[in-house]
Structures are given as C-alpha cells and as structure tokens.
Design a protein around this ligand. Structure first.
Ligand code: CA
Length: 426
C-alpha cells in the first residue's frame, strides 16, 4: 500500500500555520482526555486535535478492518499491534477526510462538534503503555565525550563500542508525558576526595536529549529480527528526555551500569510521529569505523534527518537554547539497534520503547547533555537572566523540540517541556 498520506502537495481544510510541526502530512498518533473527561486515541492537524474514536463511530473508517473499540482506549498498544498495513490505511484515510477538496466532514457541523477539539480543551496522556524500555548509547560523539571526561581521552571508547550498539534495560514506571514536573532525586553520592558516600539531593541533575522508537509485536521468543525487516516493526518515534543524576550515576554505575541515577523520570513528547511520515527525511548514516558483524550490516539509508534543540527556561526569565543537534549523527541506527536487541531471541512487544542514547553532534554547541555542554561543570552556561548553570536547578524548565524539513514540508514532534521541582516532601 502506498503512503498517500505523505503527498506533499495536499492541503487541509483545517487551519495549519506556516511553521506548524503538524501539517496534514504528519498525522501523528496520541492519547488524550477530552473536555468531557473521556479518554480517546487521536491525531492532530495544525492546532486541532481529532478524536479518532468519534471518527470511527461515525463511520469514517468504513472499509478498513478495525475493531469497534480500537480507538476508544487509553493506549495505542492494540492499534500498534494491528501492524503496518493498518497504520497506513488509517493515516491515508485521515489525510483524505481532512483534504481541502473533501467537503464531507467539513460541511457537517454536528460531526465536527464531536470530532474536533482545540488544544486547550484536551490533556495529552502517555500514548502507549510501555511494557519494556531499553536505552541505547549510540552517539559516538556522546560516548567519546563521556569516555574522555571520566576515563582516558586517548581511549575514550571502550573496546566493545564500535562492535555493539551498547544498551541497558531501563524502567518504564517512571516514563511521563511532557508537562508533568519532576522532583530532584536524592541518593548516595561520593563526595570528592572521600571514600565514604553521603545521602544527599543530587547536585548534578541533567537532561539527555534523545529520540525513542515505539515497536509493534515483532518476534517470538528465540526468534531474531533480521536487520532488513527491522523497520517494519517500528511504529514511530517520540522525543525523549532521559533525566539523569550524574553524581548518583558516578558512584553507582560500576559494574552493572546506571540504576537509580536514571530511573526517577524519563519524559517523552506525547505525539508519536510514524516512521511512515518520516520517510521523506531518510539520510545515509555515518560510515562504520570498523567492520561490523553481518547481522548488523544494512543496505540503504536508515538514518533520519531530525533537527533537535534543547532550551532552559529559569523561573523568571526567558528561555535560552543551549544545544542544537540532529538525529542523523547517531552512529548506530534504529534497525541495527532492533536487530541487535533481538539477535539472542529476546521478544519485542507492541508498545515497547527504545531510546537512542544521548544525541550529541560534532561541535560543542551540539552536545545533548549539560554534562558535555558545560564539560563536567567546568564551563558554565550563562542564561538570559545573567545567572550561571552547570546543571539543572530547581524550578528550571527543560524544553526539547524536534522537526524535519525538506522541500517546504515540515514534520515535527512538538515539544517536551518539563519543570524540575525541589526534592519531594510529604
Ligand atoms: Ca540515556
């Protein structure tokens, strides 16, 4: 089935402002609470949210094999499990319904009242129930920076790094959508020049700018996913802020890797942009620096040109953009990550989330964490109010934005906006 929803010439009868992340070519999927407190699956064109449950009940998806309640759910897991053919059919149909040339819904005021919402009438929820969350470490620039800082600039990459898309299993219970504030975590920290840890609020709370992909049911226990098929099982992408407490991390991470420094919160953007919508923005990835094993070798372009930025907004000043980078810099791509994740027969389910790892580019203004931007706190950033930041302070809001742009078509992710609150008190 062709992806007619991507037609760059199509316009919508819904208003879309010029620099919107959500033209009719995007058609992302999300879950929201409506003004009547009903939870539903929806999409978005411009600044209008569209209730797919209502559209389905009113017959607009006739002819597509969908169960009656597929959109009347509090997560996209079942819809995602229906597979790529169904996602495509639904996206294509939505594009037709809202095409400027189609007057059917446009002229039906009663239907529009049930289907369309302003953004201030809805509240975005987590789009999927995330069963398993894996986080990779796939930016060579990030891994090199961190290795240089904490180990040895001459041997910044560990011996396995150029052979394996390194990753670890994260925790899904603390994944939250944009808008939910996060408390500063506390834990064990080893003070400088000491061999005895103290219990303290983290003084090095950091963001990690990442992208994450959401999978569908992919394989049975024992069955690897071949790299050439991996993209068939990727529903779409969100932006991810993988909050990190660097001082807790430094003390705890040997030998099993990050634990409490990483699992107190991970924020995601609420609209899942489908891999189909990102098709026009494919680009070749970096050339491998070492020959990769056959199960990690791929053909064609498997990277995506997604412009990303991070801003910090203190309590009483305007935001400052502190980093601009791009998803295309990632050394290991999503297909390699998924092929590697399943090469041992590990099953992947509908609604699993896989983070890319912090996305850093080649220049110091394109690093994806405060750890790197301020080089362990040695080079503070001056915010718009004249105050310095080495890490994130209480009441700061961290904002991440991402979009693709080519030949006049812009497809974006909106933003993740998360405020850091002081330590939790009962
Ligand atoms: Ca991470």
């Amino acid at each position: 089935m062709s992806v007619s929803a991507n037609n760059p010439d199509r316009t919508s009868w819904l208003h879309v402002s010029k620099n919107s992340d959500f033209p009719i070519q995007n058609i992302p999927f999300g879950v929201f609470l409506t003004r009547d407190d009903i939870i539903t699956i929806g999409t978005r064109i411009g600044d209008t949210a569209i209730d797919l449950g209502a559209l389905h009940q009113l017959g607009y998806f006739d002819g597509i094999a969908l169960t009656d309640d597929i959109f009347l759910q509090d997560s996209l897991n079942d819809f995602i499990a229906d597979g790529r053919k169904t996602w495509r059919a639904v996206r294509n149909r939505i594009a037709e319904i809202f095409d400027s040339n189609n007057k059917t819904l446009k002229n039906n005021t009663k239907h529009k009242e049930r289907i369309l919402f302003r953004l201030d009438e809805i509240e975005m929820q987590l789009p999927v129930q995330i069963g398993d969350y894996t986080d990779f470490y796939s930016s060579i620039e990030h891994a090199t920076n961190v290795g240089s800082m904490f180990r040895d600039p001459d041997n910044a990459l560990l011996p396995n790094w150029l052979h394996i898309p390194v990753g670890y299993h994260g925790r899904s219970s603390s994944i939250i959508p944009s808008g939910i504030p996060v408390h500063r975590p506390q834990g064990q920290i080893l003070p400088p020049n000491s061999d005895t840890p103290i219990f303290s609020p983290s003084k090095m709370v950091d963001f990690e700018l990442e992208m994450a992909f959401i999978t569908t049911d992919a394989n049975d226990l024992g069955e690897p996913i071949p790299i050439g098929e991996a993209e068939e099982y990727i529903f779409g992408l969100v932006m991810l802020n993988d909050w990190s407490a660097r001082d807790i991390q430094k003390w705890e991470y040997v030998p099993l890797g990050p634990f409490l420094a990483k699992n107190f919160a991970s924020s995601i953007s609420p609209w899942i942009v489908t891999l189909d919508a990102l098709e026009p923005f494919r680009v070749p990835g970096p050339k491998p620096l070492k020959k990769q094993l056959p199960y990690l070798q791929y053909k064609g372009s498997k990277s995506y040109d997604i412009h990303l930025e991070v801003a910090i907004r203190p309590k009483s000043a305007k935001e400052l953009v502190v980093s601009k980078t791009n998803f295309k810099y990632m050394y290991w791509n999503m297909s390699q990550q998924l092929a590697h994740h399943t090469i041992n027969g590990c099953p992947v389910n509908s609604g699993d989330m896989m983070g890319s790892g912090t996305i850093s580019g080649p220049t110091p203004d394109s690093y994806g964490s405060m750890l790197e931007l301020t080089w362990k706190g040695e080079k503070p950033i001056i915010l718009k109010d004249g105050k310095q930041r080495t890490f994130i302070e209480d009441f700061d809001t961290v904002i991440m934005r991402g979009h693709c742009e080519k030949d006049g078509t812009r497809i974006g992710f909106g933003e993740i906006s998360t405020q850091l609150l002081p330590v939790f008190k009962k």
